[in-house]
Design a protein around this ligand. Structure first.
Ligand code: FES
Ligand code: FES
Length: 158
């Protein structure tokens, strides 16, 4: 069967198999910025925004979200024009091996859209489903606080 998604702002059509999860469909079609690891919904590496909410693509059936708006880390900024959250992750050393980074950044991006003044507890709660084996989370939390300051200073959350 075929499904359509609004992928990072553009309409795309995909062939899918019955029972296939969104992670596999998107990676097969070149969206390799989405990482797959546990395939159980526990590591958060495969998170994207589905209609504005962070969701794990390994636990989402591709057919279930036909017509949805899907945003990956590539949809919120580019190397030459990074979003404040992407910039802050680099500046604060929150990107080490990088495997968890797309899922964590997309989750933090959604948090800051909803709550521009998160407390440290809010941040910890928001990213508690995004496992990182490298940073110990300290740099990530600092980066999210820093992005919140950049946004308050007038930078756009795009
Ligand atoms: S691969 Fe989806 S949550 Fe781990
Ligand atoms: S930076 Fe390596 S898992 Fe997070």
């Amino acid at each position: 069967m075929k499904v359509k998604y609004i992928m990072n702002g553009g309409i795309k059509e995909f062939d899918i198999q019955p029972g296939e999860v969104l992670l596999d469909v998107l990676r097969r079609n070149g969206y390799t910025e989405i990482k797959g690891n546990c395939y159980m919904g526990t590591c958060g590496a495969c998170a994207v925004l589905i209609n504005g909410t962070p969701k794990t693509t390994c636990t989402t059936l591709a057919a279930q979200v036909d017509g949805a708006e899907i945003t990956t880390i590539k949809g919120i900024g580019t190397i030459t024009n990074p979003s404040p959250i992407q910039k802050a992750f680099v500046e604060k050393g929150a990107v080490q091996c990088g495997f968890c980074t797309p899922g964590t950044i997309i989750t933090a991006y959604a948090l800051l859209r909803k709550n521009p003044n998160p407390t440290e507890e809010d941040i910890k709660k928001a990213i508690d489903g995004n496992l990182c084996r490298c940073t110990g989370y300290v740099q990530q939390i600092e980066a999210i606080k820093s992005a919140a300051e950049l946004l308050k200073g007038g930078e756009n959350n795009e």
